[in-house]
Design a protein. Structure first.
Ligand SMILES: *[C@@H]1O[C@H](CO)[C@@H](O)[C@H](O)[C@H]1NC(C)=O
Ligand SMILES: *[C@@H]1O[C@H](CO)[C@@H](O)[C@H](O)[C@H]1NC(C)=O
Length: 502
């Protein structure tokens, strides 16, 4: 009788083994060809792990073991056949060196239309310092704010001669403008070229084509590019006239965000570190129910546009027990954010926790129900900030609470700025249409690095209302700090230093 029993046991064990395989699909990138040497391109293995996990009807785990894995731009697209895909990252994903390698917009790692994705552990090293340096040098990279790219910051890239035409054809069917002009212009080229990089330029030559370097230099120094193609044919003599068509990429490098989730739900990320992003580190747009816990963001205090976590058009996002040290906002909260919860977060260096900037557009969604609790700012430009540009907008901010906040050497601990214009160039200069109501600051204490510790600069047309200050104690170099109010109304309760100006 013994044999049948052991046979039964073996069969049962097999059954169990198969069951456990059936419960979770496991995809180890090493087994799919990735190399943990930091040099071999492991993008394909990560993509095939994703394809398998996303295509499986069972919960799946993608394992990235210890070591450094070189990964190029990756798009993880859903919808998937299951709602439980878990990335376990024990090692580091490293971006290719050279800031051009990640492209010029969008994300290094991008999840789109996914539901139920979790990421546990790991380091994302975007190696952004090269791009920051390029921005600082103004050499083909847009400096400062992300929206203006000056003409002398444009690099003509991959200039290729695509056709040589009889002069008359230059005017046929052309839809781009290239006018030959002497002066340089600081045209806002980014808006013009945001969606495409490839342009055809019809260029008039008297002689045989010049080398790329010469053409490039002429375009750079003598041309203003606009949307309408006209050619300067004022030259009297034109022996051997030719019209040359060139194609080139206009590159005004803004940089790439590290990790993005778009139109995705039920996302959980724990113990993830994002290092030296070219631009924003973690971005959530159009997402519902996102839980971020024990996140670390690290980038230089002077790195441009390296916001730690950006949330926009999203609801039910929580950011818990995290440390953010970066060159721009630690958390930036864009239009259409509702039910956001931030608790136990350290910020510094950085530009604080910021709602806005709003009033970028007239048709803009509001921000509602934001809770920021138990946060600490150290050596930051701002603490609790709300900012909007001075222009008409349908946007609004309401039901915001900042509670149990510690400020250490913060330049603007409490600030509402409705005349936001950081570069002081081309400021809209109008009255902000953003309506700000019901913002509470409760138990905020510490030190301000400037005399004005509390500043409410609200819209003339839509004054801030329902601003509540409760137990706010901020000092400035052991002196009394000041508060400043314009178009702000509300109530003040408890111990207040500086005295309220509401
Ligand atoms: C482009 O140029 C043509 C000819 O000069 C002009 O009629 C047309 O209105 C221009 N289009 C735009 C959008 O400026
Ligand atoms: C506000 O958001 C929190 C989550 O951050 C949520 O629990 C709460 O129900 C929301 N309140 C309202 C009135 O929607």
């Amino acid at each position: 009788m013994e044999k049948p029993i052991s046979l039964f046991v073996v069969t049962f064990l097999f059954f169990l083994l198969n069951q456990s395989r059936a419960i979770v699909g496991k995809y180890n990138v090493l087994e799919l060809g990735a190399k943990a040497d930091g040099n071999t391109d492991s993008t394909e293995s990560l993509l095939s792990a994703w394809a398998a996990a996303c295509g499986s009807s069972k919960p799946s785990t993608i394992l990235v073991p210890k070591g450094r894995f070189l990964v190029k731009r990756v798009q993880f697209s859903g919808p998937c056949k299951n709602k439980a895909i878990n990335f376990r990252i024990q090692g580091t994903l490293v971006a290719p060196s050279g800031h051009e390698a990640l492209g010029n917009a969008g994300y290094w790692l991008h999840f789109q239309n996914v539901d139920g994705v979790t990421i546990h552990g790991g380091i994302l090293d975007a190696r952004g310092a090269g791009l920051w340096a390029c921005k600082a040098a103004g050499n083909g990279c847009s400096s400062g704010g992300a929206t203006v790219c000056k003409i002398d910051q444009i690099v003509l890239h991959r200039l290729t001669l695509v056709a040589s035409l009889p002069t008359a054809n230059c005017f046929l069917g052309s839809s781009l403008v290239v006018t030959k002009q002497k002066q340089r212009n600081s045209l806002d080229l980014l808006d013009l070229f945001r969606y495409t990089k490839l342009f055809f330029v019809f260029f008039y030559f008297f002689f045989e084509p010049w080398g790329n370097a010469v053409v490039s230099e002429i375009l750079r120094t003598h041309l203003i590019l606009g949307l309408n193609l006209t050619l300067d044919l004022n030259s009297r003599d034109s022996p051997g006239a030719r019209c040359m068509a060139y194609s080139f990429d206009l590159v005004c490098r803004l940089g790439t965000k590290t990790l993005g989730f778009t139109n995705s739900n039920n996302i959980a990320i724990t113990r993830l570190t994002s290092l030296n992003s070219q631009m924003y580190h973690l971005v959530f747009i159009g997402c519902n129910q996102v839980k971020l816990q024990k996140i670390k963001v690290l980038a230089a205090g002077n790195s441009p546009n390296t916001d730690g976590i950006h949330v926009q058009f999203s609801s039910g996002v929580s950011i818990l027990s995290s440390r953010i040290s970066t060159g721009d906002d630690c958390v930036s909260i864009g239009p259409g954010t509702t039910n956001l919860w931030i608790e136990n977060v350290f910020c510094g260096p950085g530009h604080g926790i910021s709602i806005g900037s709003l009033a970028k557009d007239f048709e803009e969604e509001g921000v509602q129900n934001v809770t920021v609790k138990r946060v600490k700012f150290r050596n930051t430009q701002n603490g609790a900030r709300i900012k909007s540009w001075g222009r008409p907008s349908k946007g609004f901010v309401k039901d915001v609470l900042f509670q149990h906040v510690t400020m250490i050497n913060v330049q603007n601990p409490i600030v509402i700025d409705q005349n936001y214009c950081p570069s002081h160039i081309n400021c809209p200069g109008q009255v902000s249409g953003v309506k700000i109501n019901d913002v509470t600051y409760r138990d905020v204490h510490g030190t301000s690095a400037t005399e004005v510790a509390v500043k409410f600069d609200c819209s003339e047309k839509y004054p801030c209302s329902g601003i509540r200050l409760e137990d706010v104690k901020l000092t400035y170099q052991n002196q009394k700090a000041k508060s400043s109010c314009a178009n702000a109304a509300g109530t003040a309760l408890g111990l207040l230093e500086p005295a309220s100006c509401l």
